[in-house]
Write a protein that binds this ligand. Structure first.
Ligand code: HEM
Length: 157
């Protein structure tokens, strides 16, 4: 099986890992932004582009949208394709570097993986990596300019 094949076993692993993460952490949002802003401190300002008063609610909805995209990908990849088709140019119009957009997806995955018991972590990381690679492809597909994603993002590393 090619390393980037996403299977129904991955779907189960992703679902279980999300359940475990929410049992252990409750709301993952604060940890997601801690991870994102420690990697990309300048990403934070972009949540204030609509006004500082909307920052928290935007941060919350982007995590919800990221989780939706991950889970929906197993049900209907076509629908996630459409979401990205519209939302990637929208983020580019707002001058949000797509490396931050992808960074948020990665931060969600990292927080969930870190919350797994040590014995399950490797398997969870492999499934998340395959799923992230699919979404990285969609970012690249709909970006109007080179999004400059990390080399490993599309499963090449
Ligand atoms: C650092 C990364 C990100 C930043 C700074 C960001 C910021 C924003 C901003 C400022 C808007 C405009 C809201 C408005 O017009 O009222 C927006 C909209 C949107 N974003 Fe993001 N976003 C990020 C990542 C993501 C990710 C990873 C997803 C999902 C995969 C996502 C999904 C959406 C969607 C669906 C909308 C349009 C609908 C809505 O307003 O909720 N965003 N984003």
């Amino acid at each position: 099986m090619a390393n980037d094949d996403l299977t129904s076993a991955d779907k189960d692993v992703i679902h279980q890992s999300l359940e475990k993460a929410s049992e252990k952490l409750g709301d993952i949002t604060p940890l997601v932004y801690r991870a994102l802003y420690s990697r990309y401190p300048q990403a934070e300002a972009h949540f204030k582009t609509k006004g500082a008063q909307y920052k928290e609610s935007l941060e919350g909805s982007m995590v919800t949208d990221a989780l939706f995209s991950f889970l929906e990908y197993f049900e209907s990849p076509e629908e996630v394709d459409i979401v990205f088709k519209y939302t990637i140019p929208q983020h580019e119009e707002l001058d949000i570097p797509l490396v931050y957009f992808y960074g948020l997806l990665e931060a969600v995955a990292d927080v969930v993986i870190d919350a797994q018991p040590a014995d399950d972590r490797e398997e969870a990381a492999a499934s998340w990596q395959r799923l992230l690679a699919r979404l990285a492809h969609l970012v690249e597909k709909y970006a109007e300019t080179d999004p400059g994603l990390p080399q490993s993002a599309c499963g090449g590393g």
